[in-house]
Design a protein around this ligand. Structure first.
Ligand SMILES: Nc1nc2c(ncn2[C@@H]2O[C@H](COP(=O)(O)OP(=O)(O)OP(=O)(O)O)[C@@H](O)[C@H]2O)c(=O)[nH]1
Ligand SMILES: [Mg+2]
Length: 185
């Protein structure tokens, strides 16, 4: 069985829990608690440990998806999960106050995954905020990884098809890099 472990990261309210629920074949395991930080993002609940979902691609291939809390006070889970992942799906919401800063912070924290695997950035909630966020997101990825084109999508975390395109792009990127590394050995 080939397993792809993909980490869903990003700031609070970016849509990590929503995205995993859109994608998973199994009932998602979530650890939601009452959101005491409505100033950062106004919603009922927030993830305090992790989300877990799965997609079966075929009999021999499976994607394991882990979502981590956006709030830094729960970042012990970042450390636990980041060593296992081969791919990073980084979500940022278009109405975030500092989209570039959020991307830089997360790409720095999870740079190891980017180096050994792959990364795709999804800009969510573009319908709420309007234009401009995509360009700022692309500029931030370019600042941190100048020699490496990183795919940046505008996506709705509630939309299964859009999320599947982003996730499959990430898996294809991870597999292509594995092949290239293998052929150099
Ligand atoms: N309008 C709109 N809403 C969206 C879109 N993507 C996600 N959402 C909503 O944005 C909210 C995101 O919340 P969560 O999925 O809990 O976010 P999270 O990243 O898991 O947040 P934490 O666990 O608190 O870090 C949900 O209410 C989603 O329905 C989008 O493209 N457009
Ligand atoms: Mg969450």
């Amino acid at each position: 069985m080939t397993e792809h472990v993909i980490l869903f990261a990003g700031p609070m309210g970016a849509g990590k829990t929503t995205a995993i629920r859109s994608l998973s074949d199994i009932e998602v395991i979530s650890t939601e608690a009452t959101n005491s930080d409505r100033a950062t993002f106004d919603k009922e609940t927030t993830t305090v440990a992790l989300d877990y979902g799965e997609i079966g691609i075929n009999e021999t291939e499976k994607i394991r998806m882990y979502g981590i809390p956006g709030q830094r006070r729960f970042d012990f889970m970042w450390e636990i999960l980041k060593d296992r992942a081969m791919g990073l799906l980084l979500l940022v919401h278009a109405d975030s106050p500092d989209i570039g800063g959020s991307i830089e912070e997360h790409l720095e924290a999870f740079g190891d995954i980017v180096e050994r695997g792959g990364v795709v950035v999804g800009v969510t909630r573009s319908d709420v905020h309007g234009p401009g966020a995509l360009g700022r997101a692309q500029a931030a990825t370019g600042r941190l990884f100048p020699g490496r084109p990183i795919p940046v999508f505008e996506i709705d975390a509630r939309d299964t098809e859009q999320m599947r395109v982003a996730l499959m792009t990430l898996i294809a990127d991870v597999e292509a890099r594995e092949l290239i590394r293998g052929s150099r050995r």
